[in-house]
Design a protein around this ligand. Structure first.
Ligand code: GLN
Length: 486
C-alpha cells in the first residue's frame, strides 16, 4: 500500500481501474501520511470521517460500473476555496472556524468527478504573500529543507504535493502564488488563462487577477484535472464561455522546430547564478529535443511589480470591505456603537499584511491619487499585455526562471515587504496579462533546494503548454524526485 504514496494522479486512476486499490484504502493511506507529517503544518482542517464518506461514495460509483480518471483519487484544496464540509478561513483570524453554506465551483467540479478531498491547506492570509509566513495559523515548512519557506501564497498546497501527503492540490495565483511555491518545492504548478476557472467561492483578493490552478506532480496530472475543473460558470461574471476541450490532447506534441522565446529582461540583475545555471540547462535540453531558442524582449515587464502593487491592493481594499463584523467573520467581543464594532472587529481580525494592502489600496483609489496611481497602473498593465502579444508573434512559448533565487529561509524577507514583493518579479507580468503559465522542476540550486522553469503561452493555449512541459518530463526525472524522509 505505502508504495502508492508516490504515485501520480494518472497512476492512481489506473490502479483504481484495475481494482488494485480502493478509494477508501487510498484515503486511509494519505490521511495517515498527513498525520505522520503534521510538523509541516500544511493542512489546516482534516476531517477523516468526511473524507472516508467521500471515498466510500467513489467506491460505490465504481462498483456500479462507473469509470473516470479521477474517480476515487484523493486531493486537497487551498483554504481560499470555500467548502461545505471543512472550515474556510483564507488563513485569517477573521474567518476562523467559518463554515460556508456552499462549495466553490472548482471544488464542486472536482467532487463531481469523484475526487476525494483530504482537507484544507494552509496559505498566506487572503493569499497575500510569497512565503506562507503571513498565515494566521503558522508557517508551513518546505519538505526539502525545513529551514526554508515553501513559497506562497499557496505554501500548504506546494508542501503537501512535494511531500506526497496529497497527490494533487488546488491553489490560486494572483501574482505568482502557484508558480513561485511550485518552484520552491520542486513540483508542477499551473495557472490557466484568467477567466477559465470559476472564481465563484474563491475568497476574493484581487478579482481581475485571481486565477484558480493546480499543484501536481506532472503536467500530465494537471491536464487530467483541468478536464474536470475548468469551464464556464454563470455564477462568475468574468467566467469565459468557451467550448469544452480535452487538455490531454497535446501531451504528445512534437517539440521539434518549436520556437522558444527567451526574454532577455528575465535573465538580468538579481538572478542568482545557481538558478540561471539550472534554467539554461533546461533550455539546452529543449534544444537537444530539436526546439529552437529565440531571444525576445519584454521591455516593460520590469514595471510589473509596481503596477501589480497598485492594482492588487486597490482591488483587495474593496474586496476586504465585506468583512465588517456584521455579515460574516470575526466580531469583537466588546464594543460601543456600530462604527466602534466595525473598527475593533477589523483591527482584531486582519493580520498585518492585509492591513498594509487595505491602506495602500485605499490610498491609490482616493480622490486626487486615482489618476496618478490607479489609472496609470491600468495603462501600463495594458502595455505589458500588448508586449506579450508581440512576443507570441515571434515564438510558440516563452521560457524563463520562475524566481530569482531558490527558497529562502524563515524570517529572511519577512521584515522587508519590498524584498518579499520582488519574489514575484518574473511571475507578475504573466498575471497582469492573464495568460496561462506554469512552473516545472528543472534542477537544484544552493543547499540542494529546487529550481523551477517558467513556461508561458498565449491565451487558451493551456493544452499546448502542458504538452511542451510533458515533453521535458518525459526526457528528465526532476518531477519524480521526492524529498528525503517522505
Ligand atoms: N506574492 C504576491 C502577493 O503577495 C502574489 C500573491 C498571489 O498570487 N496570491 O500579492
Amino acid at each position: 500500500m505505502s508504495d502508492f504514496a508516490h504515485a501520480s494522479v494518472a497512476e492512481l486512476g489506473r490502479l483504481l481501474d484495475a481494482r488494485q486499490v480502493s478509494a477508501v484504502e487510498l484515503a486511509q493511506l494519505f490521511l495517515a501520511r498527513i498525520d505522520a507529517h503534521r510538523d509541516l503544518n500544511a493542512f489546516l482542517d482534516v476531517r477523516p470521517e468526511v473524507t472516508l464518506d467521500l471515498a466510500r461514495a467513489a467506491d460505490a460509483r465504481r462498483a456500479r460500473g462507473e469509470t473516470g480518471a479521477l474517480l476515487g483519487v484523493p486531493m486537497a484544496h487551498k483554504d481560499i476555496f470555500v467548502t461545505r464540509e471543512w472550515a474556510s478561513t483564507a488563513s485569517s483570524r477573521m474567518l476562523a472556524g467559518y463554515m460556508s453554506p456552499f462549495d466553490a465551483t472548482v471544488v464542486a467540479n472536482l467532487k463531481q468527478a469523484g475526487m476525494v478531498c483530504l482537507g484544507k491547506l494552509n496559505c498566506d492570509e487572503f493569499a497575500m504573500g510569497s512565503s506562507n509566513e503571513n498565515s494566521a495559523f503558522g508557517n508551513v515548512l518546505n519538505p526539502w529543507d525545513k529551514g526554508a519557506v515553501p513559497g506562497g501564497s499557496s505554501g500548504g498546497s506546494s508542501a503537501a504535493v512535494a511531500a506526497r501527503i496529497a497527490p494533487a492540490a488546488t491553489a490560486t495565483d494572483t501574482g505568482g502564488s502557484i508558480r513561485e511555491p511550485a518552484a520552491f518545492t520542486g513540483i508542477t504548478g499551473t495557472k490557466p488563462t484568467y477567466g477559465r476557472p470559476s472564481r465563484w467561492g474563491m475568497i476574493a483578493f484581487a478579482s481581475s487577477l485571481d486565477t484558480a490552478g493546480l499543484m501536481t506532480q506532472s503536467a500530465e496530472d494537471c491536464a487530467l484535472l483541468f478536464n474536470n475543473m475548468l469551464g464556464y460558470d454563470e455564477k462568475d461574471s468574468t467566467s469565459l464561455d468557451r467550448p469544452g476541450e480535452d487538455f490531454t490532447r497535446d501531451l504528445n506534441i512534437d517539440v521539434r522546430d518549436l520556437k522558444i522565446g527567451v526574454p532577455k529582461e528575465f535573465f538580468g540583475d538579481g538572478l542568482q547564478p545557481d538558478v540561471e545555471t539550472a534554467v539554461r540547462e533546461a533550455l539546452r535540453e529543449y534544444e537537444r529535443m530539436g526546439a529552437q531558442l529565440v531571444e525576445i524582449s519584454l521591455p516593460n515587464a520590469e514595471l510589473g511589480i509596481p503596477v501589480y502593487y497598485v492594482i492588487a491592493p486597490a482591488e483587495a481594499s474593496s474586496n476586504l470591505s465585506r468583512f465588517d463584523g456584521v455579515r460574516y467573520g470575526h466580531r469583537a467581543a466588546e464594543y460601543g456603537d456600530l462604527i466602534d464594532m466595525i473598527k475593533k472587529s477589523r483591527a482584531e481580525g486582519f493580520g498585518p499584511e492585509p492591513k498594509r494592502r487595505i491602506l495602500v489600496g485605499a490610498y491609490v483609489l482616493s480622490h486626487g491619487y486615482y489618476d496618478a496611481y490607479f489609472i496609470q497602473a491600468m495603462k501600463v498593465r495594458r502595455i505589458i499585455a500588448d508586449e506579450f502579444q508581440r512576443a507570441f508573434a515571434q515564438c510558440d512559448v516563452i521560457m524563463s526562471p520562475v524566481t530569482t533565487s531558490v527558497a529562502f529561509g524563515f524570517g529572511e524577507k519577512a521584515a522587508d515587504p519590498v524584498a518579499m514583493y520582488l519574489a514575484d518579479l518574473y511571475t507578475v507580468p504573466g498575471s497582469l496579462a492573464g495568460i496561462p503559465s506554469m512552473s516545472i522542476p528543472c534542477g537544484t540550486g544552493a543547499k540542494g533546494r529546487p529550481v523551477g522553469l517558467q513556461l508561458m503561452t498565449n491565451y487558451f493555449e493551456e493544452a499546448k503548454m502542458l504538452g511542451i512541459a510533458h515533453a521535458y518530463q518525459r526526457a528528465t526525472d526532476w518531477h519524480r524526485r521526492v524529498p528525503a524522509g517522505f
